[in-house]
Design a protein around this ligand. Structure first.
Ligand SMILES: C[C@H](O)CC(=O)SCCNC(=O)CCNC(=O)[C@H](O)C(C)(C)COP(=O)(O)OP(=O)(O)OC[C@H]1O[C@@H](n2cnc3c(N)ncnc32)[C@H](O)[C@@H]1OP(=O)(O)O
Length: 807
């Protein structure tokens, strides 16, 4: 196995193989590593002491000045003596934000984890005999010793160029991957610390000066993937050889930045302008085969262009767009880490055959998603008319893909052969999972669950696609509560990427893990949530359309509301969304919400009046908008009379006059109640972590990805502002806007909303949570004592006084 970082092996033929090794994707991390960086930027040098520091993940009870322990991947930093020795005992976690850009200890040449106990001599700068200024940058995701790829490449390449026995260089990556690109953790770190100096000028120094203009030929040997900076590195080489299935792409735009290692210049010269634009703007990767056809070889970009790009790249890294997108990147990956589910050594079972009950829009969409990933499906309906309709819908879904060129006819036929229609449960004996997707009627669902409990094996997963009904009620007539789980897909199920996995307190971890695995197999993003009315997404967003109706009944133009929300970045406004979903859904959930969220719902008769006038949204071509084949939805001016009647019945106009609002006020009146409900969802622990709600809002509701998701966006505004605004609105328009206790508390304490509630003490490996840990509550919830980041002087002082007495 290749050494962590960058290694070189020179063969007798004079070829040096330089290998990047930085699991899991050989990300190009810059040189300075945070854990190893000790320096005194805050104070001038007064005295210099030589201190022996022990890094020890295993020593316990030993006398040490500074101990770093590593449970799994996570280092903790403690200062002081061990209390078990009976001397003054204190264990302060130390959180520091800023690392010196250079200097400090170079720990970059090795792997941290395998090292159990190492001693290092470090020079410390000390101001007074009793005051030590320490700065340790510390990060949960800090693969401290892996932060050496870029620097390692520079050093190794320079050495290869210098050595007489090296005639040519092959650049490659370890473990079957070339490189996933620049280390995205660094973006996150820059967003947190503002330290732009963490971005190296790789494009010129490494790619141009060392590789491209080097006197020895370089060949990139690509396998697996070469993305972003990884691909850019290969484009600096003089030739590229690749395995046929390698993924090549510049997906930087998905993170809100442009390719920063010269890719914008080199790629168009290699594959042509239009293909390069497509690859960059759509972040679309191509296979190596296609890359070879296009001529992804021998390219040069001028020095000046690269410098300009590098500058722009740095500006973009600091943009709020990049911050939001980088947050979403990590938040999405965090969803698969579910404490006490994904971390307890369970093995997912192999789900090969699934029965879907109900061949309506949802059922057929779910079946389509399953067969597309080679999972056999039994589609059950009540009679052959409904069954044929369901099977036709599945075929139509696939035909759509064939028309778009995303599937061949042959593949479509093979895929369709994986679905079989049935009218009873006789073939349910060998299915691994059932997904019920019938209409939202409690007695019907209860009967189905009691039937499938009998028809299936005792190991079969019993899932429901309900979007609202309490799972305990759905499974009330069974004895298999541990196998009952929510598989809430979003419509159209074969397209929308979110899968809300709803667990009750009885659902077994194995069942949750199995469903998460199926979700991944069918290329969804599974987010595990708790059981409550509307679960995470629909519950959080119920105030969205209700706020829109409130505005309508206050006399605000509904089309303006839609325009404001659309320009905020939502795919469509709340009225157009209601048209799209059809009013039946809204009628079905209205009562549920009124009961479950008593005192904070807004009830209006607008939709009933719309339905009475023969409108049902897009379904029948008539809603708030007019829908005609081949043209965009057009606002229907005739709905104004219906709205006027609704206003008359609601009777909430202040002083009998329509209110006048700015666009900003409209935005706040729509989204702040949603944020308020998100606070309740966080407070009740419905989601594992706040960032799960960000992902759920982005993937389930179309909340703009570049705003980082609902909670991230709310935190960018601040709890205090949202609270003040909602309090004012509550005074003017009633309890619909009343701030939740969670929001109130955060606002009072000046804390972000994303702080982890105490329920999530188990999850400590996300940068999101790590940042939260820098606050009082976060630290408390994560089981760390001591003050937040800004208050680090106290433990340092404490440590230093003992340290001096020890000396
Ligand atoms: C200067 C340059 O122009 C700027 C850049 O290069 S910006 C970076 C451009 N690169 C990218 O956007 C690639 C982003 N990564 C991906 O698309 C996917 O992770 C992938 C296709 C590489 C692999 O996908 P997949 O096999 O499904 O694994 P996935 O779960 O996503 O990632 C595996 C792990 O690698 C990490 N990872 C992936 N790419 C990373 C990167 N570029 N930096 C740091 N970590 C990365 C993930 O966070 C995840 O970590 P975890 O196991 O701790 O959660």
């Amino acid at each position: 196995m290749a050494k962590f970082g960058v290694s070189m092996e020179v063969g007798s033929d004079g070829v040096a193989v330089i290998t990047i090794s930085n699991p899991p994707v050989n990300a190009l991390a810059p040189a300075s590593n945070r854990l190893g960086s000790f320096s005194p930027p805050l104070h001038r040098l007064f005295l210099r002491y030589r201190i022996l520091i022990w890094f020890s993940p295993i020593v316990s009870g030993a006398l040490c000045l500074l101990r770093i322990s590593v449970p799994g991947m996570r280092p903790y930093v403690y200062a002081g003596f061990d209390s078990r020795l009976g001397r003054i005992g204190f264990h302060y976690p130390i959180f520091f934000r800023n690392a010196a850009p250079s200097g400090g200890v170079d720990l970059s040449s090795g792997c941290f984890l395998p090292i159990l106990d190492i001693g290092l001599e470090v020079l410390f700068d000390v101001r007074m005999p009793c005051f030590v200024v320490l700065e340790v940058l510390f990060d949960v995701r800090m693969y401290s010793f892996r932060g050496a790829v870029v620097d390692g490449l520079k050093k190794t390449y320079t050495e290869a160029m210098r050595r007489d026995d090296v005639k040519a260089i092959v650049l490659t990556g370890a473990s079957g991957k070339f490189s996933g690109g620049f280390d995205i953790n660094v973006f996150e770190e820059i967003h947190r610390t503002g330290q732009l100096s963490r971005l190296p000028d790789v494009s010129v120094e490494l790619v141009v000066d060392i590789i491209e203009e080097g006197k020895k030929p370089s060949v990139a040997a690509i396998q697996g993937l070469a993305l972003g900076g990884g691909l850019e590195l290969t484009m600096g080489c003089h030739a590229r050889i690749s395995t046929p299935n390698a993924q090549l792409g510049l997906p930087e735009l998905t993170l809100g930045v442009i390719p920063g290692f010269g890719g914008t210049q080199r790629l168009p010269r290699l594959v042509g302008l239009s293909k390069a634009i497509e690859m960059m703007l759509l972040s679309k990767s191509i296979s190596a085969k296609e890359g070879n056809k296009l001529g992804l070889i021998d390219a040069i970009a001028s020095h000046e262009e690269l410098l300009r790009e590098a500058k722009l790249f740095k500006e973009l890294v600091l943009s709020s767009t990049s911050k939001g997108l980088v947050h979403v990147f990590f938040a999405q990956r965090a969803t698969s880490k579910v404490p006490k589910i994904s971390d307890i050594g369970l093995k997912p079972k192999n789900v090969k055959k699934v029965a879907v009950i109900g061949g309506g829009l949802m059922g057929s969409g779910i079946a389509t998603a399953l067969i597309q990933s080679n999972i056999s499906v039994l589609l059950k309906e009540v009679d052959s008319t409904y069954l044929q309709r369901g099977l036709k819908m599945i075929a139509a879904n696939l035909e759509g893909l064939v028309k778009k060129g995303a599937m061949t006819q042959d593949k479509m036929n093979k895929t369709l052969s994986l679905v079989k229609g049935v009218l009873d449960y006789s073939e349910f004996r060998d299915v691994d999972m059932v997904i019920e997707a019938v209409i939202e009627k409690v007695p019907l669902k209860q009967t189905i669950f009691s039937d499938i409990e009998k028809a299936c094996t005792p190991q079969c997963i019993l899932a429901t696609n309900t979007s609202t009904i309490d799972l305990n009620i759905v499974g009330a007539k069974t004895r298999s509560q541990d196998r009952i789980v929510g598989a809430h897909f979003f419509s159209p199920a074969h397209v929308m990427p979110l899968l809300e996995i709803v667990r009750t307190e009885k659902t077994s971890p194995q069942v949750i893990l199995d469903l998460m695995t199926v979700g991944k197999v069918i290329r969804k993003v599974p987010v595990v949530v708790g059981n409550c009315t509307g679960f995470a997404v629909n519950r959080t967003f119920f105030p969205y359309s209700q706020a829109a109706h409130l505005l309508a009944n206050l006399g605000v133009d509904i089309f303006r509301v839609d325009r404001v929300i659309n320009s905020f970045g939502m795919p469509m406004g709340p009225f157009q969304l209601q048209d799209l979903a059809g009013y039946g859904v809204a009628f079905a959930v209205k009562k549920e919400y009124a009961v479950a969220f008593r005192g904070r719902t807004f009830e209006s008769e607008l939709l009933e009046l719309m339905a009475e006038s023969g409108r049902n949204g897009k379904n029948n071509g008539k809603g708030f908008y007019i829908y005609e084949k081949g043209s965009k939805p057009r606002p229907d001016p005739s709905v104004r009379s219906i709205i006027e009647e609704s206003i008359r019945r609601a009777n909430i106009l202040p002083g009998g006059k329509p209110v006048t609002l700015t666009d900003q006020e409209i935005l706040e009146m729509i989204f702040f109640p949603v944020v308020n409900e998100a606070c309740r969802v966080l407070d009740e622990g419905v989601v594992v972590r706040a960032s799960d709600l960000d992902i759920a809002s982005v993937l389930g509701m179309g909340f703009p990805r570049y705003r980082g998701g609902l909670v991230f966006w709310a935190d960018s505004i601040g709890a205090a502002y949202i609270h003040a605004s909602l309090s004012r609105l509550a005074e003017a328009y009633g309890s619909f806007f009343k701030p939740s206790p969670y929001l109130e508390e955060r606002a009072k304490k000046g804390m972000p909303l994303r702080d982890p509630p105490c329920a999530v003490t188990w999850f400590e490996s996300s940068p999101v949570v790590e940042e939260a840990a820098h606050t009082d509550t976060g630290a408390r919830c994560l089981g760390r004592r001591g003050p937040p980041l800004e208050g680090f002087i106290r433990p340092v002082w404490h440590f230093s006084s003992i340290f001096v007495s020890y000396l």
